[in-house]
Ligand binder design. Structure first.
Ligand SMILES: Cc1cc2nc3c(=O)[nH]c(=O)nc-3n(C[C@H](O)[C@H](O)[C@H](O)COP(=O)(O)O)c2cc1C
Length: 222
């Protein structure tokens, strides 16, 4: 029995270490009223490629994540964007830089919409790696926070077959526009990047092949 137990514990150790490195951070509740009208935010939206090195508040980050993919129904079934069959095949990841968001350490975080929290999956400054993965678009690393939207096609193709792939891309577009408009409404600005190497982005985030990067959006003060 003992001879089986020790290899089993050794097998589990890396998983235990991984669990310990994940830090979950609850986000402030989003608010539902703002100072700018939808029309004003649409008219003002522009792809921004220069950012001040000014940190965002946790409240601003919370609001951006909620607008991107947060839950908007009491039963928890529906989100801020439409989704074919309400299957929600996307994931939102954020790369936070040093002094990027008040109270948060630099690293990669995964957004968990149901609990409206983020979970740190990688520590350290990763923005430059993302910039390199994006054909050296250096301006991206100026932003205190970089949003990365990935798609897991299987969640959609298991119901819709091949069409599920285009449905996943369409949904990523909705998320992108919500991030743009929410950033504007908060007095911030966003950029958008589609030119990147998918494998290098996955490597920078430390995520598996099942997640296909679709959009990268640096956000900060203009
Ligand atoms: C799918 C997609 C990919 C894009 N990729 C990049 C990019 O890699 N780098 C960049 O600087 N801008 C990129 N853009 C931004 C466009 O250049 C920009 O939206 C366009 O010039 C219109 O300007 P506006 O967004 O300020 O209205 C991308 C936009 C979209 C929708």
């Amino acid at each position: 029995m003992k001879s089986l137990f020790i290899p089993f514990i050794t097998f589990l150790l890396p998983f235990a270490a991984l669990a310990q490195t994940r830090t979950d951070i609850g986000l402030p509740k989003p608010f539902f009223t703002g100072e700018k009208s939808v029309e004003e935010t649409i008219a003002a939206r522009r792809t921004m490629r220069h950012f001040k090195s000014k940190e965002l508040s946790l409240g601003q980050l919370s609001q951006l994540l909620w607008a991107a993919y947060g839950v908007t129904s009491r039963d928890g079934l529906y989100r801020s964007v439409p989704s074919a069959g309400a299957l929600y095949p996307l994931d939102i990841w954020i790369a936070i830089g040093e002094k990027g968001v008040e109270g948060l350490k630099a690293g990669i975080y995964h957004y968990i919409p149901g609990a409206h929290k983020i979970s740190q999956i990688r520590k350290g400054e990763v923005r430059l790696e993302i910039t390199r993965a994006s054909l050296f678009q250096n301006w991206m690393a100026e932003a205190p926070v970089i949003f990365i939207v990935t798609g897991e096609y299987e969640r959609c193709t298991r119901k819709y077959g091949e069409r599920g792939i285009s449905y996943t891309y369409i949904e990523a577009g909705h998320v992108g526009q919500n991030i743009f408009l929410q950033a504007e409404a908060l007095g911030l600005s966003a950029g958008i990047v589609g030119a990147f190497h998918n494998d290098l982005v996955r490597q920078a985030l430390g995520i598996g092949k099942v997640y296909d990067p679709m959009l990268i959006m640096p956000v900060g003060y203009k």
